[in-house]
Structures are given as C-alpha cells and as structure tokens.
Ligand binder design. Structure first.
Ligand SMILES: NC(=O)c1ccc[n+]([C@@H]2O[C@H](COP(=O)([O-])OP(=O)(O)OC[C@H]3O[C@@H](n4cnc5c(N)ncnc54)[C@H](OP(=O)(O)O)[C@@H]3O)[C@@H](O)[C@H]2O)c1
Length: 320
C-alpha cells in the first residue's frame, strides 16, 4: 500500500539549492511537491519535470514572491513549506532596494503570511551565513555560531546588499513567528557548491568555476567555508521532519584553504589551468554546525563534492 502523501511547497523550485531539495523530496516517495517558479514554460525549469517521480508527484505553479495572491495559492493545502527563493546576485546591483532587498524581505513576509493563513505546520526558510558573519561585535577569531547576527547598519555602510537582504529577511521571519506562533526554522548555509542539475550556473557555483578559467595565476589563499548542495537539501528536510528542530541552524561542512582545494582538483583533473600562486590573507573565519549535527546532520567529504561538481560542469559543458 502506498504511504499517505504529505503536500509540501518549495519556493523558487528551479534554483540550484531548491532543485536538489525537490529531487530529495520526490525520492522519499511520500511527498507531493508543489514547486513555485516564475515561468513554468521556461526551459531552465525543464530538469524538474524530468526527475524521477515528477510526473506523479510534482506540480509546478507560477508565483512571484512579490505577488501575494500567487504565493498564497501555491501554499494553500500544504502542510510544509520550504522558502528557498531569494535573489542571489553575481555582481553589483544597480538598484539593490528593488532588485535584492524587496524580493528577499517582502517575499519572505508574503510567504510567511500565506503559510499562516493556510495553517502550514512548519516553514523552513533558507537564510545564509550572510546573516551571521557581518558582525563587527563578534570576538575576532571566535568561530561563528547561531548567536551571531550580521549588523544591518554595518552591511548598509559596506553596501553589502545581499548580506543586508538575508539579515533583514531572517529577522523578519523570526519576528513574524514570534507574533503569530507560526513554526519557523531557518537554515544558514555557507558557500554552496556541488553538482548542477541544469546548465544555468548560479552565483556560488561560479566561485568554484572561476578557478578553472586560467585567467588568474595568483589568488588569495582564503579559508573557504563550503557545503554540498545535497547536504543542504538534507539539512532542510531534517529540520522539517524533526519535531524538536527550532531556531536557526548554520549549515557548513568543510573549511578549506583555496590552495588545498586546488590541490584536490589538480589530483582529480590535472589538465586545467589552475592558479599557481597563493597570497596568505589574515581575515579567515569559520563556522560551527554543531547544532545541526546534534540534530543528526552529516555531510559528504569535500573530495566527493569537488569531483561531483566538476563532473556536472563537464556534462553541461560549462567548463569552457
Ligand atoms: N548558493 C549559495 O552559496 C547560498 C548560500 C547561502 C544561502 N543561499 C540561499 O539559498 C537560496 C537559493 O539560492 P541558490 O544558490 O539556489 O540561487 P539560485 O539558483 O539563483 O536560486 C534563486 C531562486 O530564487 C528565485 N527568485 C528570485 N527572485 C524571485 C522572485 N521575486 N520571485 C520568485 N522567485 C524568485 C529564482 O527564480 P528565477 O529562476 O525565476 O530567477 C531562483 O529560483 C537563496 O535564498 C539564497 O540566499 C545560497
């Protein structure tokens, strides 16, 4: 007998992280997934329809985060919602209030209000370490944990609009939860890499892809905090399913120097024109995912993440 189906909604289903989550949810067999996309007919969402189980259990619906009614109809009847959609700019934005901050903040408010109206059991919101790290009051050298919040004035002063958007959105999520009693959990991933499911390259994958371009012989030897996209999907599902999950969770696996990452890549794929020289830098920092690990989260080794990322880049022809 088929297990009872639970309907869940994933916002921005065609994005990098959301696609992995949709795949994971469908693989469980007992979730009926409603994915919101801005344009269901756009070829960049075609990979979702090809997923195993999609024909029976995936419905794509058109919704824009800034259009409350579209969000409300996507969420209606769902028992859980994963709010993943938010702009992740690659470069400088010419109109950050409109392009980045409004969709992140008003978008989150719209999703939460719709969830409250629809009596959704739990909402898992994807925040970011961007909402954790820009905190001038955090003791230098101390590992960042969930107690650290980015300072909005500091983000504004530095024109870190993406950081500001994620900080405001996550604060808004918890303040709405406190006001209404809606069950909200947030996940704060570090730099997310891992296999692409489509040829559209998202902003964080470009950070890794840049090392293959051969346009820089010398790079800063930063400590990069990264996490595999499949492990982020696991974290989202884990925090949805575990009744005891609450508050925010940093989601970071490896802290790795750029030179060490390049060495792993060189061993696996020796022929690419990687950077050759590394400049040591001071401002290295790291994050603790202890809270998430205590909930049962585990993550892949970095070698597997790097190998599977490169294999997907090759398969989609985005390396050259
Ligand atoms: N990648 C990372 O390293 C990382 C790290 C920490 C947190 N995050 C967070 O993870 C989430 C997903 O990021 P990603 O890396 O998967 O990026 P992505 O591939 O660019 O996905 C972003 C998604 O948001 C959707 N979106 C943006 N504005 C929207 C709007 N006004 N209405 C409806 N949908 C909208 C996009 O839809 P379209 O396809 O229609 O544009 C896309 O599906 C974001 O909340 C991001 O802040 C990412």
């Amino acid at each position: 007998m088929e297990a009872a189906r639970a309907s869940v909604c994933v916002t921005g289903a065609g994005g990098f992280i959301a696609s992995s989550l949709v795949k994971l949810l469908l693989s469980k067999g007992h979730y009926a997934v409603r994915g919101t996309v801005r344009d269901p007919g756009d070829g960049k969402n075609a990979h979702l329809k090809a997923l195993e189980g999609a024909a029976e259990r995936l419905q794509l619906c058109k919704a824009d985060l800034l259009d409350y009614n579209s969000v409300a109809s996507a969420v209606a009847g769902c028992e859980g919602v994963f709010h993943v959609a938010s702009p992740v700019p690659s470069g400088r934005s010419s109109n950050p209030e409109v392009e980045v901050i409004a969709p992140a903040v008003t978008g989150t408010t719209n999703v939460l209000k719709a969830c409250y109206e629809a009596k959704v059991r739990r909402v898992v919101v994807v925040s970011s370490v961007a909402a954790v790290l820009s905190n001038p009051n955090w003791p230098k050298g101390k590992v960042f944990d969930e107690d650290s919040w980015s300072d909005e004035d500091y983000c504004r002063k530095n024109e870190d609009w993406y950081y500001l958007s994620k900080t405001k959105a996550e604060r808004e999520a918890f303040s709405y939860a406190a006001k209404t009693g809606l069950d909200v959990v947030t996940i704060c991933p570090s730099i997310v890499i891992g296999p692409l499911m489509q040829s559209t390259v998202n902003s964080s994958s470009k950070i890794l892809l840049n090392y293959f371009k051969g346009d820089r012989d010398t790079v800063e030897n930063r400590l990069r905090n990264v996490v595999d996209v499949r492990d982020v999907a696991d974290a989202l599902l884990l925090t949805y399913e575990k009744p005891e999950a609450s508050g925010r969770y940093i989601c970071n696996s490896a802290a790795i120097k750029v030179s060490d990452m390049i060495n792993i890549l060189k061993n696996l794929y020796p022929t690419y024109p990687y950077p050759k020289n590394f400049i040591e830098v001071e401002d290295n920092f790291s994050y603790s995912s202890e809270k998430l690990q205590k909930l049962g989260w585990t993550f892949r080794p970095i070698e597997e993440t790097l190998r599977d990322s490169v294999e997907s880049y090759r398969a989609f022809g985005v390396l050259n």
